[in-house]
Design a protein around this ligand. Structure first.
Ligand code: PEP
Ligand code: MN
Length: 338
């Protein structure tokens, strides 16, 4: 149920509606908009219907929420959500360029990558310390030691860090270091993990499952939002199709489709979609024009020596040129790189 307040409804009236919802065990998620405030009522339908909501002062109308994802839907939250971390913004007119290696391999490798990303104008740093690898014999990441290296890179560059969490048992550890918690494609439907990150006060970036529909991605976001964490970013990273010329097929359509259905920012990871570095530029520029709010790109100071995903990583010279062009396209669409 969606409770649309009158344009002149005051704080007290909004609080009263939320308290009445809570009195029947439901939750009232308040979305203040430019013109009206909407309260998403989530809980037992019958209990909510038992309340005289339309008789409460300040209430304009009660509407059903038609989509299965309630809090992620634009119906309940018409304005774009803007994520804020350490002074960097993502969403609305703020575009985020997140760059860095697939994995943190050593202090030297990561700090070099971080400096190069900063010098080229990246907004944030990426890097994996807990790596979801298909083979148990592949490099699995440095764990907390890798997170410490990322924290040192943040200290030096001033750029926030985005890193993957794979296991609910590592939430506390990752929270000590990460500015944005990444949920990878393989865990998009790990519902316990989603609920756990829903309970923390840290932005969460959810990558689309490689075989998940847009609706399933939005339902994954709903798990996080339902627990109270409203700072959610979605990421299109390529899906499995019959096509074999790329590692995955980047679903460009998903960008405008999600932007229409949801208020959450949408990023694109062209690196994992393409699997090849020469495709990063065209896929990135197309994503910007299609309305993406940010890019998550793999870079490496020496891709030939990378322990993971070297062939899709941009070396630093290429990244500098790439970042310039990204900035130009972002500005062309009336936004700026945060
Ligand atoms: C990553 O970004 O490091 C990663 C493993 O991506 P994905 O989960 O999309 O495969
Ligand atoms: Mn990778």
């Amino acid at each position: 149920m969606m409770i649309v307040m009158k344009p002149d409804a005051d704080e007290e009236q909004i609080r009263h509606v939320v308290e009445r919802l809570e009195s029947v065990g439901a939750k009232g998620h308040v979305s203040p908009g430019a013109f009206v405030t909407i309260i998403g009522a989530i809980g037992d339908r019958e209990q909510i219907a038992s309340l005289p909501l339309d008789a409460m002062s300040g209430v304009d109308k009660i509407l059903p929420i038609l989509k299965p994802y309630k809090l992620a839907s634009r119906e309940t939250h018409p304005d774009d959500t803007i994520i804020s971390t350490d002074g960097r913004k993502l969403g609305g007119s703020n575009f985020a360029l997140v760059a860095g290696p697939c994995s943190v391999e050593s202090e030297d490798q990561y700090l070099r990558a971080a400096r190069q990303a900063r010098d080229a104008g990246a907004s944030m740093l990426r890097g994996g310390a807990y790596k979801p690898r298909t083979s148990p014999y592949s490099f699995q990441g440095l764990g907390e030691d890798g997170l410490k290296i990322m924290a040192a890179a943040r200290e030096e560059t001033g750029l926030p860090i985005v890193t993957e969490l794979m296991d609910p048992r590592d939430v506390e550890t990752v929270l000590k270091y990460a500015d944005i918690i990444q949920i990878g494609t393989r865990n998009m439907q790990n519902f316990q993990l989603l609920s756990e990150v829903g309970k923390v006060e840290r932005p969460v970036l959810i990558k689309r499952g490689m075989s998940a529909t847009v609706e399933e991605l939005l339902m994954a976001a709903e798990y996080v939002l339902k627990e109270g964490n409203s700072q959610v970013v979605l990421c299109e990273r390529g899906i499995r199709t019959f096509e074999t010329s790329t590692r995955f097929t980047l679903d460009i359509s998903a960008i405008p489709v999600i932007k229409k259905l949801s208020h959450l920012p949408v990023m694109v990871d062209p690196s994992h979609a393409a699997g090849k570095r020469d495709l990063i530029r065209p896929l990135s520029l197309a994503s910007i024009v299609a309305g993406a709010d940010g890019l998550l790109v793999e870079t490496h100071p020496d891709p030939e020596q990378a322990l993971c995903d070297g062939s899709q990583s941009l070396p630093s010279d290429d990244f500098r040129e790439y970042a310039k062009e990204v900035r130009r396209y972002v500005e062309m669409t009336g936004r700026s790189v945060s």
